[in-house]
Design a protein around this ligand. Sequence first.
Ligand SMILES: [Zn+2]
Length: 465
Amino acid sequence: MDLLLQHIEHLVTFDDEDRELRDVDVLVRDGRVAAIGADLAARPELGLGPDAAVDVIDGRGLLVTPGLINAHQHLYQVGLRAIPELERAPIRPWLRGVGSRCLLWANQGRFTPEVVGALAAAGLTESLLGGVTTVADQHYFFPAGKTLPYIEHTIEAAAEVGARFHAGRGTLTLGWPEGKAHNGSVQSVDEVLRHAARLLDEFHDPAPDALVRIDLAPCGVHVDRPELFEAFAALAEDHEGVRLHTHLYEQIDTEECVKRYGITPWDFLVEHGWAQPRTWIAHVVDPPLSELADFAAAGVSVAHLPAPDLRMGWGFAPVREMLDAGVDVGFGTTGSASNDGANLLGDLRLAALGHRSVIAEPERWLSARELLRMATRGSAACLGRPELGHVSVGAIADLAAWDLHTVDRVGIHDPVVGLLLCGLSSRADLVTVGGRVVVRDGRCVTVDERVIARRARELLGDVTR
Ligand SMILES: [Zn+2]
């Protein structure tokens, strides 16, 4: 059925002209944006007469944006939120703490594919409710090196709740003493490649409107073998639409890479075939600024994750400098062990305010529009999805609509700045994925969010043990 949003109060398109339109209609047909303009119902050529089957939504009081895209997530970490001993831990004790929690979890028999799937469903439902239509997940924890169907269950969870999903085949292939991964979770390169090939065969869809894609995503240069990076680059080459993703310049990998190989993490990527447009990298907190132009020249994009930057106390990634250098910058939350949620809009607010403390010139502070663009069109560039992240005729109809009439948005003078800076409402009013309504009136309509939360809680058991 067609979907017609009428009299939208404010539409932010992020189209090629960066248009913002007021009192405008958007028609969604066959999963795509079919028309944008005033009073579309009166245009006979669109066939929206009185007998047409159309779901009409009153857009008065709504700010409509492209659906947000979370370009870096670890959904299994929904089970690792607000751990007391890690509340105030910087990266090294945090990594040790998360690692031992996960191993304990596995030893107790609670790290099963069913649990991971239920946690993913919770994190993805939270995402949809927050206006996020696409999530790029990276699952790298395989206890005892066993390839159980964790990723398969996260893909199932995305289908259940109705989110668009990029499943990253994460890895840990370099254990102690050579690398930094715990030996209890290391896999061989051959085992990883066998599983990645199976995932690609079974789930990867290169179509422009794909709901599921597989990406190849080593955890990092400090915990993975150089030959894995090379093999993943070759495997991606053979599959249309497969992207390469890893953590880079997250302090610990910077130090390890220089110590072990005598080069920077970027030079490691160059050396092993990753300086190419398929690659997007997460964090990028402490890169040499002189390398940023090389990222841009190679077509490598970056996912900015402000919440872990703040949580780890290491300060913000140099995002303004990346934009100056011409790097495509997307936006993400990372996993809940260092966030501790999946609230992308909340994280945009953190970024809008946080960067000011480290940039002296106010005119160089990141604006609300720049940040919202990162979380839509920028993230779409990271994922290689040019048909996502903007509202244009022919684009995939992944949309988020935000209620401007809530009590915390009274008095806003600019709806886009207000969306990021005002109040406590991070729930979207309406969300569509490929034209399918997944959130209506602020409630998830594909699943019952309370049932999803209860299932995850019950399967996870008592996490305070
Ligand atoms: Zn991460």
